[in-house]
Design a protein around this ligand. Structure first.
Ligand code: ADP
Length: 497
C-alpha cells in the first residue's frame, strides 16, 4: 500500500484538527476570561463610588474629625477604626494639621513616614470644590502615592474660619481591586469553570473529529455493503489522498476485479451452456441417421444388396468421421477455455509446415478441381510457436478455402517476412463471405446464413460437413500466440485470411 504524504495522512489531519479546535477553544476561553474576570468592576461603578459615595462619606468623616484636628491622640484611633472597616475599597485616611504636618492615619503602617509633610497650599487647592477629583499628584512629589486617587477635605471646627482650616483630611484610594478572599473564591470558581469547560471542549472536539472520520468510514461501508448486496457497479468515494482515500481506492480496484471476474464467469457459463446445447443438437442429427443406416444394415442380406450395403457403410463411416471431428473440436475448445491446452512452442520453419498442410489437403482439393499454391519469401525466418496448433490453424483455413471454392478455383498459402515477424495469408478465389456473416464467422458454431451460403456441391468427404467451430478455434490459437486472425472478403471475390 502506497503511503500518503505525511502532511496528507489521516494521523496528521486528526492531530491538526484537534490542535486547531483546541486553539480556537482556548482562545475563546481566554477572551471570555478577559471580558468577565479582568473587568469585573466597570468604570461606571468606580466613578459612582468616588464621586458620590466616597464624597459623602468623606464629608461626614470630615465633620466628625474637624473638632479633633488639633488632637492627633484622639483622631488617630478614630481613623484606624475607620480604616479597619474599609474592606472593599482600599482607602487610606490621613489627617494633616494646618501647617501640613502629618497628624494621624487610618493604617498602623501609615505612609506617615513617606509623607511626613504635605504642602498646606496644595492641600487647600486640593480641597477646593473645583479641584479635579481624579487628579493624581505629580509622581516626583509623592512617589509612594503613585497610582492613587486623592480626595481632600478641610477640617473646619464649628464656628471656625473657613479660610483657615484647622487641618486637612486626605483620603488616598487605590483604584478598586477585589479583596483577597473574594479573589481566591473567584479563582477557585474559575478553576472549576475552566476544568469543566476544557472537559466539555475536549469532548466536543473529539466528537467532531470522530464524526468526521466515522462519516467517511460509514460512506465506505455503505459502498461495500451495496457491492456485497449484489450491486457490482457500486463504488466507494476515493478522492482523498489520506489513508481512508487509499483504502477506498483499494476497495474500488478490488470491486473492479471482482466485477470483471463475475463478468468473465457469466460469459464462460453462457458459452458452456451454448456449447452443450449446440453439441447435443449437432450430435443428434448424425446419430439419428446413423441409427437408420445401422438398422437397415442389420436387416441382413435378403433386404439389402451387396452394392447398397457398401454405399451405406461408406455413409456410416463418413458420418462417424464427422462426429469424431466435432467431438475433437469441442474437446480442443473446452481445453483452451480451461487453460489446459498445453501449448508447446518451439522454433520451426513455417514454409515446411505450410507444405505439409497443403500435401494433406491435396486429395480433397483435387476431388473438387481446386488447385493449391505455396508462395514463400526466400528469406523467411524460423518462427517460435506451437507447430501442432499452427498446423491446425493452417489446415482449417486451407480446408475452408477448398470447401468454399468452386471447381477451377485456387487456394494459395503465402508467407512474408514483416520485420521480425512472419505474416501468413490463406487466399482463395471462392464464393466469398456475405458482409452480414463477416462479423460472426469467428464465433462458435457460426456457419453462416444457409440461405446465403452457396450450396456445397462437392464430394461428400469430411469437408462437406461444417461444425462452425473451426474458425473459433483457429482465432483462439492465433490469439494465444499473441497475434490476430483477420479476414478480408466479399461475395464472389474470394476470401483472404
Ligand atoms: P465450418 O467451416 O466448420 O462451418 P468455420 O468456423 O471454419 O466452420 O467457418 C465458419 C463459417 O465461415 C463457415 O460456415 C462459412 O460460412 C464461413 N467461411 C469460413 N471460411 C470461408 C471461406 N474461405 N470462404 C467463404 N466462407 C467461409
Amino acid at each position: 500500500m502506497r503511503q500518503p504524504a505525511p502532511a496528507r495522512s489521516l494521523h496528521f489531519r486528526i492531530t491538526a484538527a484537534f490542535v486547531l479546535l483546541l486553539a480556537v477553544g482556548g482562545g475563546g476561553y481566554y477572551l471570555w476570561l478577559e471580558r468577565t474576570l479582568y473587568a469585573p468592576y466597570d468604570d461606571a461603578e468606580e466613578k459612582h463610588w468616588y464621586e458620590e459615595l466616597a464624597a459623602a462619606e468623606l464629608d461626614s468623616l470630615a465633620a466628625v474629625l474637624a473638632p479633633l484636628a488639633a488632637e492627633p491622640g484622639r483622631a488617630g484611633p478614630l481613623l484606624q477604626d475607620y480604616g479597619r472597616g474599609v474592606a472593599r475599597y482600599e482607602a487610606e485616611l490621613i489627617v494633616f494639621d494646618a501647617a501640613g504636618r502629618h497628624a494621624a492615619s487610618s493604617a498602623a503602617d501609615s505612609l506617615a513616614a513617606a509623607v511626613p509633610f504635605a504642602d498646606p497650599a496644595l492641600l487647600r487647592d486640593m480641597s477646593s470644590a473645583d479641584w479635579d477629583f481624579g487628579s493624581y499628584p505629580r509622581a516626583e512629589d509623592v512617589s509612594a502615592y503613585e497610582n492613587r486617587v486623592f480626595a481632600v477635605r478641610p477640617l473646619v471646627p464649628a464656628g471656625g474660619d473657613e479660610a483657615a482650616p484647622a487641618g486637612y483630611l486626605v483620603a488616598s484610594f487605590m483604584p478598586p481591586t477585589i479583596a483577597v478572599g473574594e479573589l481566591e473564591a473567584d479563582a477557585r470558581r474559575m478553576g472549576l469553570h475552566a476544568a469543566l469547560l476544557l472537559l466539555l471542549y475536549a469532548a466536543a472536539s473529539s466528537t467532531i473529529i470522530m464524526l468526521w472520520t466515522t462519516r467517511r468510514l460509514r460512506r465506505l461501508s455503505r459502498g461495500v455493503a451495496a457491492f456485497a448486496a449484489g450491486d457490482l457497479g457500486a463504488r466507494v468515494p476515493a478522492s482523498s489522498a489520506d489513508e481512508i482515500g487509499s483504502l477506498g481506492r483499494h476497495i474500488n480496484t478490488m470491486a473492479q476485479r471482482i466485477a470483471g471476474m463475475v463478468d468473465e464467469l457469466t460469459r464462460k457459463e453462457s458459452f458452456q451452456r451454448q456449447l452443450v446445447a449446440n453439441v447435443s443438437h449437432d450430435l443428434r442429427t448424425p446419430l439419428a441417421s446413423l441409427r437408420g443406416y445401422v438398422e437397415t444394415l442389420s436387416l441382413g442380406g435378403a433386404q439389402v444388396g451387396e452394392q447398397e450395403r457398401g454405399r451405406y457403410l461408406a455413409v456410416v463411416t463418413e458420418k462417424l468421421d464427422h462426429l469424431d471431428r466435432l467431438i475433437e473440436h469441442v474437446l480442443i475448445l473446452s481445453r483452451m477455455d480451461s487453460g489446459q491446452a498445453g501449448f508447446r512452442p518451439e522454433d520451426f520453419s513455417l514454409g515446411e509446415l505450410a507444405g505439409t498442410v497443403l500435401d494433406r489437403c491435396a486429395q480433397p482439393a483435387a476431388d473438387r478441381a481446386v488447385s493449391l499454391d505455396l508462395d514463400l519469401d526466400p528469406d523467411l525466418p524460423d518462427v517460435h510457436a506451437d507447430p501442432l496448433q499452427i498446423g491446425r490453424v493452417l489446415q482449417n483455413l486451407v480446408e475452408n478455402g477448398v470447401k468454399f471454392t468452386p471447381a477451377g478455383g485456387r487456394v494459395a498459402v503465402r508467407a512474408r517476412r514483416v520485420g521480425a515477424k512472419v505474416e501468413v495469408e490463406v487466399a482463395d478465389t471462392g464464393v466469398g463471405i456475405d458482409p452480414r456473416d463477416l462479423p460472426h464467422i469467428f464465433e462458435r458454431f457460426y456457419t453462416g446464413d444457409k440461405s446465403r451460403t452457396v450450396a456445397d456441391a462437392g464430394p461428400a468427404d469430411h469437408l462437406s460437413r461444417s461444425s462452425g467451430l473451426g474458425l473459433a478455434i483457429a482465432a483462439r490459437i492465433v490469439e494465444v500466440h499473441g497475434a490476430r486472425l483477420e479476414v478480408q472478403s466479399a461475395p464472389g471475390a474470394g476470401s483472404v485470411f
